[in-house]
Design a protein around this ligand. Sequence first.
Ligand code: ADE
Length: 224
Amino acid sequence: MRIDIITVLPELLKSPFEASILKRAIEKDLVEIHMHNLRDYATGNYRQIDDYQFGGGAGMVMMVEPIDKCISQLQAEREYDEIIYMTPDGTTLNQRIANELSLKGNIIILCGHYKGVDQRVRDMFVTREISVGDYVLSGGELAAAILCDAVIRLIPGVLNDETSALTDSFQDNLLAPPVYTRPAEYKGREVPKILLSGNLPEIEKWREQQALERTQKRRPDLLE
Ligand code: ADE
C-alpha cells in the first residue's frame, strides 16, 4: 500500500511513523508513506495557500489551485483508489472503514486547516470524507495519523500473532473482554479463576460472555 499525505505541517506527521508498528510496517515494505508540503505547490512570492472566504466571515479557506497542482501531479504518476479528505463533517471513522481501506493500493490523504478547503476541491477530487470524532482539531494532521494507524495495522503481514487484530475491540462488533497478566494476585485483587484453569474452551466461553456484557453495558448501539 502507498499513502500520500498532503499537508501544510509535515513535521507534525513525522513521529507517528518512526516508532513501533507503523515503523515496522514501513521497514517490511508493507506500506510506503510520502509527505507533500502543500506550500511547495503554491505560486507567487508569498507561496500563498489560503485566502479570505467569499461572502465574508472569520477564518481562512485553503485555496483550490495548490491542492489541484499537488493532486494532479500525483495522479499523473499513478492511479489512486481513494482521495480522502480529513474533516470534522465527514463520516465518522470506524473499524469497518479501517478494514476496507487496509485493502486498497494507493490512497491520498488531504489534511485541512483553518476553515477547511475550497468546496471545489471536495467536488473535483475527494472520493471520501472522514472524521475521527465529533470534536474539532486544529488541523487534519493528527486525524490523518489516527487514520493511518488504524488502517496500516490491518494490512496483512503487519501484525504478528502476539499483536493480532482478530481479538481487538470492534473487530466483530464487540468490545474486547478484560485481560490480566502476572501476578495472579495483587493487593488482594485476584485474576478470575477460570483464566488460570487451563481449560481453553471454557476460557473462550468466558471471554465471549465478558465481551458481550461489556458491550451491552458500554456500547449497546454496537449490538443493534
Ligand atoms: N480536522 C479537524 N477536526 C477533525 C476531525 N474531528 N476529524 C477529521 N479531521 C479533522
